[in-house]
Design a protein around this ligand. Structure first.
Ligand code: ATP
Ligand code: MG
Ligand code: MG
Ligand code: MG
Length: 563
């Protein structure tokens, strides 16, 4: 029997106002309701209520992973760089990797995902076909130095992921493991109460072939997907096939050149442009030795002069005008900077409404821009035409008009094949006594992101509104009055708890019923049980957090109703 959680003893501070820097619903509400606090950009502290919700998601994920025969392990998050050098990902991940050194100067990284390390573990532990198939998983903290960690726990630089890896000797085995995961993911997201779609995806930096994403539709989502109302076609726009037409980078300028006889500084440039040295600018293209190092595009991408400082010796600055981007009416132009493809939001065509979704791009060979490595996938300075996906564009299967929507990527499953097994020579002894190369799958769920996705999908004007399985309690009892009400609230709480429910009771003294009601709505436990006016008769009011429906019940009726 779980302890009744008394709010008088709970470390919680609810806020009436949204935090100043919050852009998304989950960020606003999880902070206001006292679930999380921001420690640094993209780095979050989980407070008592938040930890409970995170634990509940974790439990569901763990139960369903165990049900498909997954074995839980825990690998380190602090990793030597060598395996990631062997796979090429030490470079491929670029700025996304957190890199560090130990006291002896050896280099390490904080794990963004663990294909390399799991491959090594299995190589160490499994030597015969009899040791396979195997599914291993962990629920662990991951680290990615995301460029724009601004959506609350939706996109952390430190975050919780369930990652699993399957190891098989045959292709059929891999497909089976993949299907097991797919089915488990459906069960997980159903239990979590997350509305979701399964869409084709591109496999990105993981490598490998078949890949699907689980997307939770929500306006705050950073992915765009299309789905067909007529057939089962659904895809992340990153995976939609299209032809890209690279165009000549010289088309963008020069409009004006900054003459730099002396070594130019950021101050020289700023003075020339008539702005302060810490300004951010649109309509600006900066070249160093003929190589473009930054582009500021009308729309939302700006050049931060302060950050450019170190590049500017010597520099040629070219100003770009909106006209330079005009051309094909249905296309938006992207640009490949040294760090990869800039997510250009410039909209060339007046017919394309602001906020329209687009595919992030592909180069001459049709390679997609995702986890782009400039120089490998694209030429630095290369301009790409990016195809806009608009509602009612024809479905590639059946021609019906497509729907376009925003969503949060909550899960991703990959058939990796033998990519990592080849790199690390992962063989087991086969039935015929000969070594057999192992084939792998990798499967991720954003555990902390799922909390954000749930908040986004279920919240209403009053606040959070959790599905029961995920909520920090089954019932939130409110003592709305004085000693009598508090006494009844505590008594009914003990009864509910004895009946196996997880109970939170607002027994705070000196807090008005109004404040308690507002807090209960904000915190979002699915059932609210109020000891109020009719407490002397032993009558309580039960409120459904989602529907707002109320009914009056005696203590015994309330216990019967809630269990
Ligand atoms: P995204 O496209 O949102 O950057 P991803 O494709 O890079 O995600 P994967 O490498 O597929 O992510 O990782 C598996 C899962 O981990 C994702 O489906 C997502 O749910 C979660 N995840 C990835 N990055 C983050 C992050 N920065 N914060 C929270 N969860 C994340
Ligand atoms: Mg990512
Ligand atoms: Mg993704
Ligand atoms: Mg992914």
């Amino acid at each position: 029997m779980a302890q009744v959680q008394r709010m008088s003893r709970l470390m919680i501070k609810t806020l009436r106002d949204d935090p100043a820097d919050a852009e998304t619903l989950n960020h606003k509400l999880l902070v206001r309701a006292g679930y999380v606090r921001r420690t640094a950009a993209g780095i979050w502290s989980w407070l008592p209520l938040g930890k409970k919700v995170l634990e509940n998601v974790t439990r569901v994920v763990r139960e369903e992973m165990d049900a498909i025969g997954g074995q839980e392990v825990l690998l380190p998050a602090l990793l030597p760089k060598e395996p990631y050098e062997a796979s090429g990902r030490y470079d491929e991940y670029g700025d996304l990797l957190f890199r560090l050194q130990d006291r002896k100067g050896s280099e390490y990284l904080l794990g963004p995902t663990h294909e390399e390390i799991f491959t090594q573990v299995v190589k160490d532990m499994c030597s015969s076909y009899k040791d396979l198939p195997v599914i291993l998983y962990q629920i662990q903290t991951k680290y990615r130095d995301e460029a724009r960690p601004r959506a609350g726990v939706l996109r952390g630089r430190e975050f919780q992921m369930k990652d699993s890896y399957s190891f098989d000797t045959t292709d059929e085995g891999l497909v089976e493991a993949y299907q097991l995961h797919r089915a488990a993911y459906i069960r997980i997201f159903e239990r979590l109460g997350l509305d979701h779609r399964i869409v084709s995806a591109v496999s990105g930096a993981m490598g490998g072939s078949a890949s699907e994403e689980f997307l939770a539709p929500a306006p705050a989502g950073e992915d765009t997907f299309v789905d067909c109302p007529n057939c089962d076609y659904a895809a992340n726009t990153e995976a939609v096939t299209f032809t890209a037409v690279p165009v000549d980078g010289s088309a963008a300028g020069p409009v004006e050149e900054l003459d730099t006889p002396d070594t130019p500084t950021i101050e020289t440039l700023a003075a020339h442009l008539g702005v302060s040295a810490s300004a951010t600018l649109k309509n600006l293209l900066v070249k160093v030795d003929g190589e473009i190092v930054a582009v500021g595009v009308p729309g939302d991408r700006e050049v931060d002069l302060g950050k450019l400082g170190e590049h500017l010796a010597p520099a040629v600055v070219e100003l770009v005008t909106a006209e330079d981007f005009e051309g094909r009416p249905d296309l938006v132009r992207g640009y490949v900077g040294p760090q990869g493809l800039g997510k250009v939001r410039y909209i060339a065509d007046p017919r394309v409404a602001p906020g329209t979704s687009w595919i992030t791009g592909a180069n001459k060979e049709g390679k997609h821009a995702r986890n782009v490595v400039a120089g490998r996938d694209f030429e630095v300075g290369e301009y790409l035409d990016v195809v806009v996906v608009q509602p009612d564009d024809p479905c590639p299967n059946c021609g019906t008009g497509l729907r376009v929507d925003r969503a949060i990527e909550i899960g991703h499953i990959f058939q990796l094949g033998r990519k990592y097994a080849d790199i690390f020579a992962l063989d087991v002894l086969g039935q015929q006594g000969k070594p057999v190369r192992v084939t792998m799958g990798s499967y991720g769920i954003g555990v902390s992101r799922a909390v954000a996705a749930l908040a986004e999908q279920t919240a209403d004007e009053q606040g959070l509104c959790w599905p029961r399985e995920i909520a920090p309690a089954d019932v939130h009892v409110v003592a709305a009055g004085k000693a009598l009400q508090t006494e009844l609230a505590l008594a009914v709480s003990e009864k509910l708890s004895a009946a196996g429910l997880r109970v939170m009771v607002d027994d705070r003294a000196g807090v008005s019923p109004g404040v308690k009601f507002t807090d209960a709505e904000l915190i979002g436990v699915p059932k609210i049980l109020v000891a109020g006016r009719r407490s002397a008769e032993g009558v309580l009011e039960l409120k459904d957090r989602r529907t707002g429906e109320r009914e009056e019940l005696t203590v015994d009726e309330a216990v019967a109703r809630l269990t």
